[in-house]
Design a protein. Sequence first.
Length: 139
Amino acid sequence: MRNRGLLFLIAIWFLGCSNPEPKKEMVITPSNPGKELNVAFLIVDGVFNSELVAPYDIFQHTIFHTDPGMKVFTVAPNRDTVTTFEGLRILPDYGYLTDSLPGIDVLVVPSAEHSMDSDLEDEKLIEFVSETGKNASYV
């Protein structure tokens, strides 16, 4: 009985996810053709794994499908360990307060535990996103 219920839920999900109309493909092109895109993922303590890992994986895999691919890296306030909401510990590639950063074409800002409260009060974080966003092609 339990298996039938699971199969029913999977069928409902599958039917709900099917879309008969083809989706238009979004093409991200660098402002400098032939140049690899730099994709920065902003990470802070409490970032949600699903918000970070899935998009990171998708952008990173462009190196296998496009030429040039995307160079993907993480940025945090500094290079100290960032702990996700679920407990994964990550060492950032760059610290926006401590390092010279490469140009950022795409800035990804994943949701985090405090995205709607204390993160919004972090002036240096908001300044980084604002200033980087002015020069990035996509945020």
